[in-house]
Design a protein around this ligand. Structure first.
Ligand SMILES: [Zn+2]
Length: 451
């Protein structure tokens, strides 16, 4: 389809897009608690005439637009959740939640896309299906709350896209994209895309020793804080073994360092992420880090319980889909309209990685936010432009992928090599990542067993 025709289809949705962005900005909610946001978006989609499949027992939903001609299914995603920022002026004053990552703008853009797809002629010349999906819980926060949801059997995974994959909601999907909002760096570009993002395993570490009077009889105690600092040093000693190309990150914090200043610390609690650029590198680094923590605890006579929680998979932008994205950007605004940062690896993480290890995917940005991402000054000053450009990119991508009998989409699908043989095997692997381990056993005969 002609790009100016696509622009006109999106332009018509400007009022709806801006109204939605403003409405969702006012009701920020964090992951798996996006009840008002979910209800608002469901009502808005239904008003456009969409039939929805609701995620059972949790927030989120999807709908399918069928062109009536056979072909691949392309998934367009948006995230429902906000995050916490206690000093943001527009935060929810009760919960401190605020959309300081701009996910509400993704929802507004996806609704604009949904409205454009209902316009006369929008599907002309396209083949295949378009799946529009609103997912919960991208931000990796409130882990204890989510672990409780897992224990209660309400979810299987802490993050929304993992959960939707595990439920089979993406089994019929051949290609996927999600357009995030990007920060304005003054380059004048309206789109940006990187090479990819690290995967992550989240970790809670409890090191236990024995309390005793710190002045009078420290020889009768077992110092868990000494073990914890040695554990951090033991992992630091591993850093020279991490390949530069694997972008391994380990960034622990101590959330409990002892009970009383005059007692030998009996229990120390730490949290950390382990991140890396590929699934095997993440697995390998995580195992070595766990061994180092266990050995450091053992060396000090302590025990260590290490809880690993499956985070996002590493995300590599699909190269063939990137070629289509580049050409679509050029059609929209020429070479200046997009920042090609496809040689830059980002060491942060997104659960779009879980989609991308199974399905060819991209995660570009529509630029237009100011201030710091996740910070107190984060704003989207011109939602009409930022969300409108996002919707425009998405409709143009769909058009390019699904025109001419969906040739491009079919070729990308055929060329794709998933990290896991099937989504089922991916889910089984992810279930195995989350585990609580007694890393050290201090045996009665004085010997030590390290798992
Ligand atoms: Zn985000």
């Amino acid at each position: 389809m002609d790009i100016r025709k696509i622009e006109a289809l999106i332009d018509k949705q400007s009022d709806l897009i801006v109204k939605t962005e403003r409405a969702l900005w006012a009701i920020p909610e964090v992951g798996y608690k996006e009840f008002k946001t979910d209800a608002y978006m469901k009502a808005a989609f239904r008003k456009l005439g969409y039939e929805l499949t609701e995620a059972e027992g949790i927030t989120g939903f999807f709908t399918v637009v069928d062109t009536g001609r056979p072909g691949p299914t392309v998934l367009a995603l948006a995230e429902l959740d906000a995050l916490y920022c206690a000093d943001h002026p527009d935060r929810d004053k009760e919960t401190n939640a605020v959309h300081a990552c701009g996910h509400h703008a993704q929802c507004a853009a996806l609704l604009g896309l949904a409205a454009a797809l209902k316009e006369d002629g929008a599907l002309d010349g396209l083949s295949g299906r378009i799946k529009l999906c609103l997912v919960p819980a991208e931000e990796g926060i409130e882990i204890e709350y989510r672990m409780n949801l897992i224990k209660e059997g309400k979810i299987s995974f802490a993050s929304g896209k993992q959960e939707f994959l595990a439920r089979g909601y993406f089994d019929d999907v051949d290609l996927a994209f999600m357009v995030h909002v990007g920060t304005d760096n003054g380059s004048g570009a309206i789109y940006r895309k990187y090479k990819g993002y690290n995967g992550v395993i989240r970790k809670k570490i409890v090191i236990r020793g024995k309390a005793a009077h710190a002045g009078d009889c420290p020889h009768l105690g077992i110092n868990a804080l000494n073990a914890a600092t040695l554990a951090i040093q033991a992992v630091n000693n591993l850093r020279e073994t991490f390949l530069e190309s694997d972008f391994v990150r380990f960034h622990p914090i101590i959330t409990k360092g002892g009970d009383a200043v005059n007692a030998v610390p009996a229990e120390v609690v730490m949290q950390s992420y382990v991140r890396a650029a590929s699934t095997p590198a993440l697995d390998s680094a995580n195992k070595r880090i766990n061994r180092a923590i266990g050995a450091a605890a053992a060396a000090n006579g302590c025990t260590a319980v290490i809880t690993d929680i499956a985070g996002s998979e590493p995300f590599k932008e699909d190269e063939m889909l990137t070629v289509v994205y580049n050409s679509v950007c050029e059609a929209i605004g020429g070479k200046e309209c997009y920042e090609d940062r496809s040689d830059e690896w980002e060491a942060c993480s997104t659960d779009m990685g879980d989609v991308a290890v199974n399905i060819p995917a991209i995660h570009p940005y529509s630029i237009g936010a100011t201030g710091n991402e996740h910070g107190k000054d984060y704003l989207i000053p011109d939602p009409k432009k930022t969300c409108g450009n996002s919707a425009l990119l998405q409709l143009a991508l769909l058009s390019s992928l699904l025109e001419n009998g969906a040739q491009k989409a079919a070729a990308i699908k055929q060329n794709f090599k998933p990290v896991f043989p099937s989504i089922k095997e991916y889910v089984a692997f992810k279930r195995g990542v989350t585990a609580e381990r007694n890393a050290v056993k201090q045996n009665a005969d004085g010997s030590v067993t390290i798992e």
